[in-house]
Design a protein around this ligand. Sequence first.
Ligand SMILES: [Zn+2]
Length: 145
Amino acid sequence: MKGTRLLEYEGERITKDEGDLRYEGRPFTYLFGIGKGDIVIDGHGMAMFVNHSCQPNCETDEINGRVFIKAIRNIKAGEELTYDYWLYDGDDEAPCHCGSKKCRGSMYSPAELKKQKARRARKQKQLRKAAKRGVRSKANGSSAP
Ligand SMILES: [Zn+2]
């Protein structure tokens, strides 16, 4: 039913820095930012198996530092639960193939996508500038991290 709390996103509360350390180099994490995003939940349990969709049937609801996954419309029996991950602050690509009409092609939030685009554009500009000056880095011709 719409509005029903289905699951709680359970897990250890750690700082975002701790989370970054724990999951460095791994393509997927189950960290869920709460509050201003400086604390994350290192998820375990059922909620971490809920997939992303750009047109989901659930949303997350933060209440006193606890995160619940709540139905935003009536869900048929056997229907897969999804919510919009709204990722931020990531370095890796997170392509979305949810197939919904409103799919934005990524699990990142629209604001984060904008930021990433700006970052890429800036990098390109720097590369072009470097090429013009004939600057080459020592190691393998790339100074990108
Ligand atoms: Zn999508």
